[in-house]
Write a protein that binds this ligand. Sequence first.
Ligand SMILES: Cc1cc2nc3c(=O)[nH]c(=O)nc-3n(C[C@H](O)[C@H](O)[C@H](O)COP(=O)(O)OP(=O)(O)OC[C@H]3O[C@@H](n4cnc5c(N)ncnc54)[C@H](O)[C@@H]3O)c2cc1C
Length: 558
Amino acid sequence: MPQLRLNPSNFCCTFVAVLFVSFFLSATCAFRFPRRTSALLRHRTYAATSAFHPTSTNVHLPASTAIVGGGPTGLFTALMLARRGYQNITVYDRLPRPDDPSSPTWGNPYRSYNLGLGARGQIALRAADAWESIEPFCAQAIGRKDWTPEQGERPEQIYTDREYKTQVIQRDRIASCLLGELERKHGNQVSVWHSVECVGLTWLDEATPGPEASPSSAEIGKKGVRLRLHRQCEGQELEQWTTEARWVVGADGVRSALRSALEVKTGPGGHQGQTQKERVRTIKLPERNEFVYKILPLDLRPKYGTGPGWRPDLNYSARSKGEVTIEALPTREGIYVGVVLFRPDSSAMAKIQSKEDAREFFAGSFPQFLDVIREEDLARFSTGPTFRLPSFSYCGPSIFYRDNTLLLGDCIHSVKPYFGLGLNSALEDVMALDKCLSESEDDVSKALPLFSSRTAPQAKALVEFQASFDYNANTLEGFLRFVLPLILDGIFHRYFPAFFAPNGIRLLQDHRSTFRQTRRRKQRDRIGQAVILGVLLTGIGKGLGWAVKVAARMLLKG
Ligand SMILES: Cc1cc2nc3c(=O)[nH]c(=O)nc-3n(C[C@H](O)[C@H](O)[C@H](O)COP(=O)(O)OP(=O)(O)OC[C@H]3O[C@@H](n4cnc5c(N)ncnc54)[C@H](O)[C@@H]3O)c2cc1C
């Protein structure tokens, strides 16, 4: 991680830059500090070995499983369950089926945004033996190159100390890889339905008998759930039906329909007998530092070999004097996908109405990229959509309902992508669920509360800790809460590395720690720093007082 250089006139840009140093580069950090491997850590992290095996007995395997959401989390959950020997797993996703991972359409940089798989994600995927079907479609980012208004062009940085190199892949493409993996290895256990949206959920013991019983109805009895489904095609609704399953996993992302159903069910006026601890609630953290983004492809291919620093395996990052930042990551096909971040009220962006305006803007603010932005991309940039970054929210204190409904992935923790931890932590959730199923011998009535008690606090820590960096550094509050702690961490870790950890942004990337441990570790550091600074300042104050007294006495005597 590069040294943080603070220019008081430009804290905001510094803020975005510092956050994006970690953006996509969620690989292992080289630091180590002494710590005990707690029970929690053992529950959360796995060695990079093959996992997801059937339990020895398998007597409790549920008759059927429904997974709502066929994004990376839902498909990875299906893979985990299939490897454990579960049958009748059905995944529903409202989006159409993604193209095959080897399709030439992935060369289209507008097809899907890129995400970086770091140590956490890679360990999970390797444990499921899925890595070899994903890695061939990833581009490696082995370092970064920055331009800053204060320092201009910086030399490229190659990370040589990383145990796991960051692998970059489009979000939809990793879903496509997992889909292929399921179809190849577990086609008889798992079926995936695309363009099918789940629009309602009822619990069988509270429901009137359904119009059609599913094949496994007899085995499910009153224990399961009923899903109401819509099939759509090009926005046209084609079909509606219901289906039943012994249990359902909600992996339907930030705006989860299942989570909403559980919030109603466990909220006031919902199912009788819910305690506060059993409530499923979404806690949204206040938006303090909003940025939006547009996609900008960078065709660096003609640049390779033309000068130092142009290569296909770096994270390019450039900041302008205004509050605009470009973060660009490679794709397997060679073209870079740039994310242009700016404030929603950015006047510079508001002025871009045409291809010519866009060219003028990039010529003035990012001249280094001007000749790698294609004409058609300039035109598209000026008229293309602006996307909001996800905001910070988490679900808790409970993330399950009774013995048949569970939430995981983005629907229990939504974070801004500055630290590249959204999917990486979602894949860890699936590993944690696997562990709970093993410990409960696949008895979901035991595994669900166990998973909830372990994972909900992690989701809270993940979101709250990341949000603690999300301040507008132009404000006094932003300086005190974001910039000053980074400066203190830099100094204390440098001089007392055995006692003080690196800054929190860097700590988050250490896959050997859970998010709760990371947060606690930083809290301890803060207390230590406060004590040392308190003692130092008191000493200095006393020393000054003594010096003033001595000087006054000498003056009086004189
Ligand atoms: C710009 C950007 C960059 C990012 N970079 C990174 C990164 O570098 N590293 C990282 O780890 N993470 C990154 N993330 C976050 C990452 O994309 C998410 O954490 C990840 O996609 C979560 O996967 P998921 O399957 O839980 O949810 P989603 O990807 O949101 O998938 C949910 C799925 O559920 C489906 N669905 C929703 N509702 C229903 C319904 N009612 N019925 C049926 N289907 C439904 C949706 O169609 C969707 O396919 C980034 C995010 C953004 C926006």
